[in-house]
Structure formats: structure tokens, C-alpha cells
Design a protein around this ligand. Structure first.
Ligand SMILES: CC(C)(COP(=O)(O)OP(=O)(O)OC[C@H]1O[C@@H](n2cnc3c(N)ncnc32)[C@H](O)[C@@H]1OP(=O)(O)O)[C@@H](O)C(=O)NCCC(=O)NCCS
Length: 196
């Protein structure tokens, strides 16, 4: 089996490609954050939390199989680092997906557990994902979509160098409402603080 990617961000903070054995931890993490996700109009599949988590694992496997990006879990703890991540907590997901190989572009999407917001973890993880996209996947353009009301996500994108390009009206169905999204992009050639 192909080696799964992992990216160490700090001694105890690591991005590891999502695999089927992460399902239980994923269900627990989503369950703990479901109210938070609702307040920021973050997309979740219709149905149970378990169905949503299964869908995320299936998407991770499909993305890996088709080589259209990489979907990572963000794990905290376990400085020694076991391969399974069983001694760590799953505190988020940072994904790069829907890669368009012809035009060298892909989309990023992410979430971070509410109790770890405000510490800079998401900025660190997104910067690593950007580097992975440009350096490992050799992409030219990254896109991100975020609800127009999602201020933390907007701040995160702008802090990491993304530029707002468009308003996507009624782009996502959240509950029984259609919400507007902003489309953001970052080009490999754009200036970034973390790029020399
Ligand atoms: C969007 C989301 C990932 C942002 O998380 P976050 O914790 O605000 O982002 P960071 O981890 O980068 O932390 C940044 C905040 O921590 C503060 N901070 C503290 N230490 C920091 C450090 N070392 N480096 C950077 N920021 C730091 C910053 O000042 C900033 O606060 P501010 O936004 O009030 O200015 C998170 O809110 C989330 O998961 N939301 C729900 C899901 C979601 O909306 N996903 C996006 C859908 S498109």
C-alpha cells in the first residue's frame, strides 16, 4: 500500500492522511463540534453524524485512490508519534481535493475543533497544506469557498494570503436554507509571508 502522507507542524501537532481506522475518532470529534458547525453554517451531509463521518472517510480514500489531492486529520498529542495516532486527539481536518490536473488547481477545506480555536493551529495547518499543494502536488492555483458570514474562516484565508474573487449566491444548502459563499484563491506566484 502507498505510504500515507504526514506533516509535522509542531512536536505534538501533526497532519496525517485520513484512513478508515480513524472513523471512530472522527465520529467523536464531529459529535463534539456539531453545534459549533451549525452556528458558522459549515456544511454537513444530511443524515446522522456517523453517516457524515463515513462519507468523509470514503472521500479521503477516493481522493487518495484517484490522486486528486490529500485529506488530512489534524492530531494533537503523542509527541512520540505512533503510526495509528491512537494516543492523539483528532482536532480537525485540512483537505486539498478536486484537483484539476490539466489546469493545476485544487480546492482546500478545513475545520478545527471549537475548543482549539484561537491558538493559531488552523493558520499553521493551512500554511502546511498550501505548501503541500504547491510543492508536492505542483499546483498553480488553490481555491477556497466560505460562507459570507463565517468571519473566522475569512480571517484565516486572508491571513494565509488568499484573495477574495467572487460572491457565489445560494451556493450551499445548510439545513433548509441556501447560503451565499465567497470564492477565494491563492496562486503559487502570489506573495506569501511564509514564502521566501
Ligand atoms: C475556520 C476555523 C478553522 C478558524 O480557526 P481559528 O482558530 O480562528 O484559526 P487559527 O487557528 O489560525 O487561529 C487564529 C486566531 O488565533 C489567534 N492566535 C493565537 N495564537 C496564534 C498564533 N500563534 N498564530 C496565529 N494566530 C494565533 C489569532 O489572533 C486569531 O484570532 P482572531 O481570528 O480573533 O484574530 C475554525 O473557526 C473552524 O473550524 N470553524 C468551523 C468550520 C469552518 O467554518 N470551516 C471553514 C468552512 S469554509
Amino acid at each position: 500500500m502507498k505510504r500515507l502522507h504526514s506533516i509535522r507542524l509542531e512536536n505534538n501537532l501533526i497532519l496525517r492522511e485520513t484512513r478508515s481506522t480513524n472513523l471512530t475518532k472522527l465520529i467523536e470529534a464531529i459529535e463534539a463540534n456539531k453545534d459549533f458547525f451549525r452556528t458558522v453554517e459549515f456544511w454537513m451531509a444530511e443524515g446522522s453524524i456517523e453517516d457524515h463521518a463515513k462519507l468523509l472517510v470514503e472521500k479521503a480514500e477516493k481522493t487518495r485512490r484517484e490522486k486528486t489531492g490529500a485529506r488530512f486529520g489534524l492530531w494533537l498529542g503523542n509527541p512520540g508519534g505512533t503510526k495509528s495516532g491512537s494516543k492523539s486527539d483528532l482536532i480537525g481536518q485540512f483537505n486539498i481535493f478536486d484537483m484539476d490536473k490539466q489546469n493545476k488547481k485544487a480546492e482546500v477545506g478545513y475545520w478545527l475543533a471549537e475548543n482549539h480555536n484561537g491558538k493559531g493551529y488552523a493558520s499553521k495547518a493551512l500554511r502546511a497544506l498550501i505548501k503541500f499543494g504547491f510543492e508536492e502536488l505542483k499546483l498553480h492555483r488553490l481555491e477556497a469557498k466560505t460562507a459570507t458570514t463565517n468571519r473566522s474562516s475569512i480571517r484565516l484565508l486572508e491571513r494565509t494570503g488568499f484573495q477574495r474573487e467572487a460572491l457565489l449566491r445560494g451556493a450551499f444548502k445548510i439545513g433548509n436554507r441556501f447560503v451565499d459563499d465567497y470564492l477565494y484563491s491563492l496562486l503559487e506566484t502570489d506573495k506569501r509571508k511564509d514564502k521566501l
